[in-house]
Design a protein. Structure first.
Lengths: 388, 122
């Protein structure tokens, strides 16, 4: 009769030993608290997670030891109490706890009530699971999502700019065709006026009218020529250019404007800047347009900051103002031809600038905040090969 | 004997204007409305100079220039166009001159005279 009893006792003892080992050696921190919240049990996981030995923490109030001040002040413990009262336990509660060396450790809590042999409440057991790795992954994931969003936005922006460029070149093509079509009838109108002028007598009063026709035709012809010159696709004669030098030359014409409008110019030029292949005249046009916009965005004065820096295979130029910023509803349209918010603007400044930068295989972008200002950034490739 | 100039242009009014103006300069003028007509006229009787429009339906002026030069490379050709863009095309370099169309025919007339004079002298 004694045999099976001994066997049961041995089994129970064995089970308890295994359970205790499992508990003691667990990577999760097991902490038991008495009714007053003082630490009574402390396993190996708690030692390595928080950096205290069992002896060091025995009898100490857990909240002072493990709960960071910020957490206490933000009502962390009250929230836990509310949950305990409502459910009798807490599971999967995410918060942070403090280690001996002052590190905050992101943890997930599981809290259950403990009872003694007579079913009387005897404190709580708290299991802490270190979730820093999960946090790290979540943060990394969030960052990746942000990057994807950003990339997506860039693609959309580029698409919109491409559309704007296409529209611009379609307008250019159409204007060129119209201009050429007009040229031919002008040749015959003016040409025959000349023929008649040669044939009718010097004394004829009609000469005056023919001369008017001739003059007006010449006027129209010169308008057509100027227009064709203007819309001719820009020649991409590239030479090695020092962008610092071009920037200085671009700001110079605005010197009087800056003083008059109480705009301070701040230069942050990288001292030794590599040359980039560019059409000096066109790039100066781009810079001038940006500087003009910046100055006009600061009717009550401000700071114009012009900066250059070397990037990866490119040179970066930024032109910043502390002006009115670009309202949300206009941001998508600013590179569109004929889009303007100014009473006297042609709406071609930024369209032309972005077309020129695109011709140089560069990129152009901007950041803006209403009431705080706008920064335009241009990147031009260091060599033609890097430019695709 | 009067020098003969072939004017090739698809615009009837341009042909009429050039015919009148060049006749008044003392030249004999023959007219063609397209490349095919022009090449046929050159076959029949060699003109002393060709004034050639570029933008024409069918064979354009640049291609016509190639045909003329391959048949009879000694005929001087003056390209005459509303477009300046063909100036950069290296094919148009083989022409003796490139004159952009204008109601003022002075430049065209001067070019024709100079080319014919240099040919006569050489």
């Amino acid at each position: 009769l004694g045999g099976p009893r001994i066997d049961d006792d041995t089994r129970r003892r064995e089970r308890e030993i295994y359970l205790e080992r499992a508990l003691m050696d667990s990577a999760d921190a097991f902490v038991s608290l008495d009714d007053a919240g003082r630490i009574r049990g402390w396993n190996g996981g708690a030692c390595s997670m928080f950096g205290y030995t069992q002896d060091e923490v025995y009898g100490r109030p857990y909240d002072e030891l493990l709960v960071p001040r910020a957490q206490r002040e933000s009502g962390d413990l009250e929230r836990i109490e509310t949950l305990m009262e409502r459910d009798g336990f807490v599971r999967g509660y995410e918060t942070v706890r403090l280690s001996r060396d002052g590190r905050t450790i992101p943890v997930e809590l599981t809290i259950t009530r403990l009872f003694d042999g007579d079913e009387r409440p005897a404190g709580r057991s708290v299991i802490y699971r270190d979730i820093s790795e999960r946090h790290r992954l979540e943060t990394a994931l969030r960052k990746t999502v942000e990057e994807l969003k950003e990339a997506n936005l860039n693609i959309r922006r580029n698409q919109e700019r491409l559309l704007a460029l296409e529209k611009l070149s379609a307008i250019g093509e159409m204007s060129a065709r119209v201009a050429h079509e007009i040229r031919t009838p002008l040749v015959t109108i003016g040409g025959f006026a000349n023929t008649l002028l040669r044939e009718i007598p010097e004394s004829s009063p009609s000469r005056r009218y023919l001369e008017i026709i001739r003059e007006e035709v010449r006027r129209l012809e010169s308008i057509v020529s100027e227009m064709l010159e203007y819309i001719r696709p820009p020649r991409t004669d590239l030479e090695k250019c020092d962008l610092n030098e071009i920037l200085l030359a671009s700001v110079r014409p605005f010197a009087a404007d800056l003083v008059e409008r109480h705009v301070e110019a701040v230069w942050k030029l990288q001292e030794v800047l590599p040359d980039v292949p560019a059409n000096r005249f066109q790039i100066q046009q781009v810079f001038s347009n940006l500087i003009q916009n910046a100055v006009q965005a600061m009717p009550d004065g401000g700071t114009l900051t012009v900066a250059t820096a070397t990037g990866t295979n490119n040179v970066k130029v930024t032109v910043s103002d502390t002006g009115i910023g670009i309202p949300e509803q206009n941001r998508r349209q600013i590179f569109r031809p004929f889009f303007t918010t100014k009473a006297t603007g042609s709406g071609l400044g930024l369209a032309i600038a972005s077309q020129i930068v695109a011709h140089h295989n560069g990129t152009m972008s901007f950041e803006t905040a209403e009431g705080r200002g706008t920064t335009f950034e241009i990147r031009l490739p260091l060599s033609r090969e890097d430019s695709s | 004997m009067r020098q003969r100039i072939l004017v090739v242009d698809d615009e009837r009014n341009i042909r009429l204007l050039y015919e009148k103006e060049l006749q008044d300069e003392g030249y004999e003028v023959i007219l063609a409305a397209d490349a095919r007509e022009a090449l046929a006229l050159i076959e029949r009787g060699k003109p002393d100079l060709v004034v050639l429009d570029i933008k024409m339906p069918g064979m354009d002026g640049i291609e016509t220039l190639g045909q003329i030069l391959s048949r009879n490379s000694s005929i001087p050709v003056v390209l005459n166009s509303a477009y300046s863009s063909y100036k950069d095309s290296f094919l148009s370099w083989s022409a003796d001159a490139y004159v952009i169309k204008s109601s003022d025919l002075t430049e065209l007339k001067i070019r024709i005279r100079t080319i014919l004079a240099s040919r006569a002298g050489g």
